[in-house]
Design a protein around this ligand. Structure first.
Ligand SMILES: CC(C)(COP(=O)(O)OP(=O)(O)OC[C@H]1O[C@@H](n2cnc3c(N)ncnc32)[C@H](O)[C@@H]1OP(=O)(O)O)[C@@H](O)C(=O)NCCC(=O)NCCS
Length: 199
């Protein structure tokens, strides 16, 4: 590491593949290929009502999916947003998404999030992906504090946060407009790089 490197330069999110055995996290972008096609897979995810409720992708057509992939590529090029497709190690099918983006790159503060296709839920995949992306961001980009926000009422996401070692820090009022169009209260969970490992 150069002694003249600034904290912002040190905190660049570089494309990576995270191999978790039965699942593999791959960079989202135009180069990603999943069985059946990445654009149709994204459109199917966007059409899922639970994803649309809690993590609206706002993808209405193939052009919208391509624009989404372009934004993922831009995040990797700028090094400020890491978007991973969660894929099956055996056949490459898409299970979901895990992303981490800087909210304050200089200070090492990031936000993490995720969604899974219905067939991938209920197996702890979101927790494992969240843990892997968190460790990667701490190890390779010096993430210091990673925040995880979810709407009050999204119990599955609250459990992912708790199991992933992101303690609940508070509840914000009417802080975010999710897929149903209303501003809803949110839980803020966060994990510090110095917090004990969750195993
Ligand atoms: C949130 C989400 C990623 C959870 O991933 P997952 O890997 O399926 O999580 P799991 O099935 O392992 O469930 C985690 C926990 O939540 C519980 N849970 C799942 N669905 C639940 C529900 N509808 N109500 C209450 N608890 C629920 C599970 O029982 C499990 O509890 P445990 O830790 O005590 O075993 C997934 O439900 C999803 O994609 N939701 C839509 C998009 C979304 O909400 N993204 C997050 C936005 S903040």
């Amino acid at each position: 590491m150069s002694t003249t490197e600034t904290s912002t330069e040190r905190r660049v999110l570089r494309p990576a593949t995270l191999d978790l055995g039965d699942i593999v996290l791959r960079p989202w972008g135009r180069a990603l290929d999943v069985p059946g096609g990445t654009v149709p897979a994204l459109m199917a995810a966007a059409a899922d009502p639970v994803i649309d409720r809690w993590n609206p992708l706002r993808i209405a057509d193939p052009a919208g999916a391509e624009a989404y992939l372009d934004r993922c590529d831009t995040g990797w090029v700028k090094g400020n947003r890491a978007s991973f497709a969660i894929t099956d190690a055996a056949d490459g099918t898409l299970h979901g998404n895990a992303f981490l983006g800087w909210t304050n790159q200089e200070d090492g503060v990031a936000t993490i999030g995720y969604w899974l296709l219905p067939t991938a839920r209920g197996r702890g995949i979101a927790t494992r992906a969240t843990t892997a992306v968190t460790r990667w961001a701490v190890a390779t980009a010096d993430a210091r504090r990673i925040e995880l926000w979810h709407g009050v009422g999204n119990e599955a996401s609250c459990r992912v946060a708790a199991r992933g070692g992101f303690p609940h820090e508070g509840t914000t009022r009417a802080s975010y407009r999710y897929g149903d169009g209303d501003y809803v209260d949110e839980h803020l969970h966060a994990r510090l790089a110095t917090d004990p490992d969750v195993g």
